[in-house]
Each structure stands twice: as C-alpha cells, then as structure tokens.
Design a binder for this molecule. Structure first.
Ligand SMILES: Nc1ncnc2c1ncn2[C@@H]1O[C@H](COP(=O)(O)OP(=O)(O)OP(=O)(O)O)[C@@H](O)[C@H]1O
Ligand SMILES: [Mg+2]
Length: 332
C-alpha cells in the first residue's frame, strides 16, 4: 500500500498518525444546526427563546472523515458544498480536524446541504433538511485522479446523492478497483424509494458492503440478516457487514463464513453518527492490515464509543485508546 504520512503539521490528536494507506471518502457533507430544547413549533409569527443553538458538521462523509482523523488515519474527502457560510464552516472544520479537503468541490449558485435538528426535552430529534449541494454532486465533480490514487475508497451516504447514486457511483467504484483500491460502500435511507435499483449496479465493485439493518431490509426485501447478506453476495458484493445497532453486526466474508460480532454494552446517550463511526472503525482496521473479523471488532468498539457522547464524533477517541477498550472489552 501507498505512502507514509508524515505527522509534522497535524492536529494534536493525530500526533502519532501512521497511516500508510491513502484513504479517500466520497459522500454527503452538511452543516447541522442543533436547537434544544424544542417543545413543538412556535405559534405562527411568534418567537420562542431556547437555551442552545449549535453549529456542527454532519453528513456521512464528513463524519467518517473526522472519525478516521481521530483514529489517526489521514483521509481525503470527495463531496460538494456551496459558496456560502455553511460551506466555509464545513470546509474549515474539516481542515481543522486534519482532513484533506482538496477534493471537496465548492460551487457558486447552490446551497451547502444543511439540517436544522430540533431536539425535544426528552431527547427525541426531528429534522428539517435541505438537500442542497449533495443533490447537485455529479460525476464531473469527482476527482478521478484522487480516486485512482486511493488504496481504500469509502463511499458514505449512498442513496442520498440523487445525481451520483446508481451507475455513476458504480463507475467511481470500478475506477478505484481497477487501480487496485479496496472499496467500501455504506448506504443511507433512500428517500427516493429506489433502493436495490440504485445499489445493484454498485455491488459487483464493493469489497465491503456495510448497510444498516433497516436499509438492508429495504434493499433485499428479507428480514433475517443472514439472508440479507446472502442476497447482496448473490448480486456481487465480496464481503457484507450488516450493522445491527446495539446488537453489533453480522459479518459475512467472501469465503462464506458468517460471524456475529456483539456490540460492547454501553449506556447510549446519542446514537447520531454511530453508523459512520462504525465505518471509520472498520476502515481503520483495514489500514492496519487487519482481517475482516478484527476490523468488525474495532468497528463495533468505535460505534459503541460514539453513542456514549452527544454528537456524531465526540465519543470517538484515538486508535490506541480504542484498541485498549476493544481488548479489555470494557466501556464506561
Ligand atoms: N446502543 C448501542 N450500543 C452499543 N453499540 C451501538 C449502539 N448503537 C449503535 N451501536 C454500534 O454502532 C453501529 C452502527 O449503528 P447502527 O446499526 O444504528 O447503524 P446505522 O443505522 O447505519 O446508524 P446511523 O443512523 O448513524 O447511520 C452498530 O453496528 C453498533 O456496533
Ligand atoms: Mg447509516
């Protein structure tokens, strides 16, 4: 695998970065405005004061990129933002986190994707989402030179990029594969309802397909994780991992071996970004040359650590700390 990354100009948490693989993450990025507590919509025309309004980065690719960075893996992000305040915020935050943003397209006349997250007093979240630039992310925006230089390509948030989902994503995966990269594909909830029609064409180019249980059910039309995995393998995926929330994950490797990897038992505070943390953990394992089973162990550990704190990445810690937790199997 590729180059050695030198750690001189990296943020503190990446001081001992030792990524010898080039990781590229393609997918959705957005800005999240989180309002809490919100006990219903204000009456028409009126203002309701609230305690907290915070701005965060969000979107699968941004989350995976930041989580990888926390785990000491430098990566490049391929995505699209608008030339606006949210876009500046996303760009600078990713840079500060040590993520390479040279593949992030910034276009005039479109809005950066953003979500208003309304958090009720009991913690339940409701969302107002503007698809913005993610809906305008097209093949021409994808820096194929960067893709071809990757040792590992992660597609994060597939099914939420209407102009790139399906055949265009398959072409990017094919390009990465042809240049020798290992490919991973994670899905998001498909608002268009196309599901397998979009994903089917991508599966033959996926070394690791990692949907959540709910998404895998919609894609495959079956309810048992083993049957879901079988249906994706039948369509060409090499290895399949079904994320099962607090039950961990089901791994089906290319030699047909099935393993159920339990999630560490934690007290979950906020499950935002758990799927992305899982994908980052799995990818970090691959970077370290681990086999799929050990990668899945690391992935469930990162996922569990993620849900112990509020926000998509606050609970994600360094590689060394995570491995320690994984080996001791203890989490607070
Ligand atoms: N309550 C929990 N306790 C321990 N681990 C958890 C919990 N929830 C999630 N995880 C870990 O995080 C992983 C991903 O969570 P989940 O299965 O919900 O994925 P997802 O639906 O893709 O998530 P997201 O909604 O963030 O996209 C799980 O496979 C598990 O390892
Ligand atoms: Mg998910």
């Amino acid at each position: 695998m590729g180059r050695q990354v030198v750690s001189s100009d990296l943020p503190a948490h990446q001081e001992c970065v030792v990524s010898s693989s080039k990781v590229v993450v393609l997918g959705i990025v957005c800005a999240d405005v989180i309002a809490r507590p919100v006990d219903g919509m204000p009456e028409r025309g009126l203002m309701v004061p609230i305690d907290q309004l915070e701005l965060h980065t969000g979107g699968c690719a941004a989350n995976v990129g930041i989580d990888l960075s926390r785990l000491g893996v430098v990566c490049s992000i391929l995505g699209k933002i608008g030339r606006d305040g949210f876009g500046d915020f996303v760009l600078h935050t990713l840079e500060q986190e040590g993520v390479d943003v040279s593949g992030l397209r910034c276009a005039g006349g479109i809005q950066t994707s953003a979500t208003v997250v309304l958090v009720a007093p009991d913690g339940e979240r409701s969302f107002l989402h503007c698809l913005g630039a993610n809906a305008m992310f097209v093949s021409e925006d994808v820096d194929m030179e960067l893709v071809r230089s990757a040792d590992i390509l992660v597609v994060a948030g597939s099914l939420l990029m209407p102009k790139l989902d399906g055949e265009p994503t398959a072409e990017v995966l094919r390009g990465a594969r042809e240049s020798g990269a290992v490919t991973l594909l994670d899905t998001a909830w498909d608002a268009s309802g196309r599901w397998m029609k979009s994903i089917e064409t991508c599966l033959p180019f996926c070394d690791y397909f990692l949907p959540s249980e709910a998404e895998a059910a919609m894609l495959s039309g079956v309810t048992e994780p083993e049957a879901m995995a079988a249906s994706f393998v039948a369509r060409g995926a090499r290895n399949v991992i079904i994320k099962l929330g607090d039950k961990g994950c089901l791994l089906r490797t290319e030699d047909g071996v099935i393993e159920h990897v339990a999630a560490p038992v934690v007290s979950a505070v906020d499950t935002t970004g758990a799927g992305d943390a899982f994908v980052a953990g799995f990818t970090a394992g691959l970077v370290h040359g681990w086999n799929a089973s050990r990668c899945a162990q690391l992935a469930v550990t990162v996922g569990a650590m993620c849900v112990t704190a509020t926000g998509a990445s606050s609970g994600v810690r360094s590689f060394a700390e995570t491995v320690q937790v994984m080996e001791r199997e203890e989490l607070m």
